[in-house]
Design a protein around this ligand. Structure first.
Ligand SMILES: C[S@@+](CC[C@H](N)C(=O)[O-])C[C@H]1O[C@@H](n2cnc3c(N)ncnc32)[C@H](O)[C@@H]1O
Length: 221
């Protein structure tokens, strides 16, 4: 498997987990909306349609992901997260809302993209409030860097998008610089899927700390 030795962009948070989340988490392997990494090889068959796919990396508690999937049933969403209580939570929401256009996996996005996503197959990739790793000595752990954007540029098809939101101005400056130096993408105003989107948990935290929210949207030329 490629890229399994890269620096990890996450630490496994444990977090509080409710009994109902635990039930969904413990039963995930038999949950139709969850696929383990070995099944990811057949990811094209996990939706019974040919609708476009969007990959959401690090969905956290999953509220924004389920909210958007509900609004846009004609788009398929694959959500990746390594935070177990988030996985239990999103599987519960998918079941309660009877959504059939989201599938979830518990996997490092870099491993998943490198090994299981065909080139030019994704309509888009979203990262809402990726871990900021604020200390300079930890910047190397940030998921978004030059190599990561190059990887995405191979996996997204022409006119597909990358949507990023962050409340760390120093991270957003670096992301803008990476895209400025990458001639495969052009900056666009917004992506229709995310207009009037709800706020995420980490976004609310950033706002309460007085952080400015940067919304960055790019289209593959
Ligand atoms: C700061 S949280 C943001 C969660 C959510 N998007 C929000 O805005 O509330 C970042 C999330 O990304 C996840 N994450 C970080 N690196 C990841 C990776 N390589 N693959 C999958 N998930 C990752 C973390 O587990 C964490 O839950």
């Amino acid at each position: 498997m490629n890229n399994s030795n890269h620096i990890k962009s996450f630490v496994k948070r444990s977090g509080r987990i409710t009994n109902s989340q635990k039930v969904f988490l413990n039963n995930k392997d038999s949950d139709y909306n969850f696929f383990s990494i070995d099944k990811a090889l057949h990811y094209e068959k996990i939706f019974n349609n040919k609708n476009p796919y969007v990959l959401d990396i690090g969905f956290g508690d999953g509220k924004l992901l389920t909210n958007i999937a509900k609004k846009f049933p004609e788009v398929n969403f694959i959500g990746l997260e390594v935070y177990e209580s988030g996985i239990g939570n999103v599987l519960k929401q998918i079941c309660e809302e009877e959504l059939d256009n989201i599938k979830i996996s518990c996997c490092d996005a870099i491993v998943f993209l490198s090994n299981f996503i065909k080139d030019e197959s994704l309509y888009g990739v979203s990262l809402f409030f990726p871990d900021p790793w604020p200390k300079k000595k930890h910047h190397k752990r940030r998921i978004i860097d030059k190599e990561f954007i190059n990887l995405l540029s191979r996996k997204i098809y022409k006119n597909g998008f990358i949507k990023i939101a962050t409340d760390w101005s120093n991270y957003s400056d670096i992301i803008i610089e990476i895209f400025n130096q990458n001639n495969k993408f052009e900056k666009i105003n917004d992506i229709y899927l995310y207009k009037n989107r709800c706020l995420t948990k980490f976004e609310k935290r950033g706002i309460s700390l007085g952080h400015k929210i940067s919304e960055l949207s790019y289209r593959l030329k």
